[in-house]
Design a protein around this ligand. Sequence first.
Ligand code: NCD
Length: 323
Amino acid sequence: MSDNLQIGRDGRLRHLLTMEGLPRTLLLQILDQAERYAADRRAEGAHGDKKHPVLHGKTVVNLFFEASTRTRTTFELAAKRLAADVVNLQVSASSTSKGETLLDTLKTLEAMQVDMFVIRHEASGAAHFFAQHAAPGVAILNAGDGRHAHPTQALLDMFTIRRHKPDFSKLSVAIVGDALHSRVARSDIHALRTLGARDVRLVAPRPLVPTGIEHLGVKVFNELEAGLDGVDVVILLRLQTERMLGAFLPSTGEFHRDFGLTRERLAKLKPDVLVMHPGPINRGVEIEGDVAYGERSVILEQVAHGVAVRMAVMAMILGGEAA
Ligand code: NCD
């Protein structure tokens, strides 16, 4: 699904659908713009209410067909900080539950003069479908489509890594866990490769390794200790039991025993290693609670950075913000 739908003929970002094929220059522009928004926020202090009204008069609809805490909330905050009007559509309560197709939902909402849709859907390709059918000038942001892509998560992950370790060419990064069902893993791999990370690894039990993932430029490890040896960043993935149709794993207990990040295992890693997780975490499965909120964890920083990064993407697409 790599195509140029998301880049206009003038080279500008029109939609954000995937990290695959997103040029390095655009990726860095988004991170730099997010850096400016984050710096402004810090300068104001915790109670600041400065708005960057680049989306004043624009309407953003958050269209979530799947559960979300962080992503939906931070998209909403981002749009509000850019002074957009924001509508959150409760999809379970909408007409899709009455059988309306995705296309009819899109066209109905477009008739209300919506400028941007933020869409999360369980079907891989849903955001591309929307982008293909959207009216000219209507932007689509992918907030997660099936197992395919979650580009703003990858952007906020890169933003978080860059804050601590700015030189990607020196980085060894391990993505650990359920990559088979993870749109985050795919988007992170593309982004890390685009930014030139030296060594990108996928560490998972064999049944959770997607076929052909090596072609994206990752080294696959089926054993945790070897996979984490010498890494600078560990990105843990949630064991996505809701997407497991068959019995991929013997049990979550066994997964924890073989792949869970515990205090003991963390103690053997580099002292300045970063521990990341897109959330929501399964405590005691892929990560121990102590480690999730321990001193090497940047999990809550990732959440916070979600706002600035999503502001940057929205401003670049709709506000014409020259980053
Ligand atoms: C992720 C998602 O929904 O893809 N979460 C998120 O957006 N922060 C990962 C997950 O659900 O495990």
